[in-house]
Design a protein around this ligand. Structure first.
Ligand SMILES: [Zn+2]
Ligand SMILES: [Zn+2]
Length: 246
């Protein structure tokens, strides 16, 4: 099982840090986590066949996490007209109405072959030996963090502030992909700082911490040190195209 970082940055990041996106590969199957703007190009750079991406998980509807979803549908349609029928999009409460709002402005191409929509209703998503447990976080009214279990266990924070009930969701994860938006002195509600990201990883006792969603103000050479000051486990600062075995 392997995770590739497609986007470790945010909207204001330089081009070397694309907005949010990740791809997990396990036993020849793929799961995408978030599709910020530019993720399609990132996938093309690493040679992923877009028609093989049949499962996409969206954490919330901020554009830095979902702007490339409809472009992906168009891309797949142009490659093979009925391919979107094979795609399932998993997402927060409101997924169906959000999708319909966007879809209204597209032509017949989209409606000819619609993807499956799996809206989170407090029940785990399960498919082909994968189990995805979602939990509401404090970032927006419906944004989710996820625990993903296949051969191994992965936690993905999405965007979130520090929240005690997420610790259980991340406990013992082989890899925790956790946002770290802004430095401590620029703390913004609904996002984590290095001290909070480290505290979260420590309390959840995760095996490895991948630090991501890094705003330019936090993108400093001492970011790893700041986190290691409060967390003794392995810390990896994400960069685009980094591959990590889970
Ligand atoms: Zn957000
Ligand atoms: Zn974000």
């Amino acid at each position: 099982m392997e995770l590739t970082v497609l986007g470790s940055g945010t909207m204001t990041s330089p081009p070397r840090r694309n907005p949010a996106g990740y791809i997990i590969e396990a036993e020849g199957q793929f799961l995408i986590m978030d599709m910020g703007p530019g993720i399609i190009r990132q996938l093309k750079w690493i040679g992923v066949d877009l028609l093989k991406l049949n499962r996409i998980l969206i954490s919330h509807f901020h554009l830095d996490h979902c702007a490339d979803l409809f472009p992906l549908l168009m891309n797949r349609f142009l490659l093979r007209r009925d391919s979107n029928k094979e795609l399932t999009i998993f997402g927060p409460e409101g997924l169906r109405s959000w999708f319909e709002d966007q879809a209204r402005w597209q032509g017949a191409w989209l409606h000819e072959a619609l993807p499956q929509l799996a809206e989170w209703e407090g029940v785990d998503f399960e498919f082909d030996g994968w189990r995805v447990t979602g939990r509401l976080n404090l970032h927006t009214s419906n944004s989710l963090s996820f625990r993903i279990e296949k051969e191994r266990t992965l936690f993905y924070s999405g965007d979130t502030g520090y929240q005690e009930n997420l610790i259980q969701l991340a406990t013992g994860a082989d890899l925790a992909v956790v946002e770290c938006s802004l430095p401590d002195h620029l703390k913004q509600e609904g996002h984590l700082t290095p001290t909070e990201t480290a505290r979260f990883a420590r309390e959840a006792d995760v095996k490895r911490l991948l630090v991501t969603h890094i705003y330019p103000q936090n993108d400093t050479p001492d970011l790893k040190e700041k986190i290691q000051a409060h967390f003794n486990g392995e810390v990896v600062i994400a960069r685009d195209f980094l591959k990590i075995p889970i």
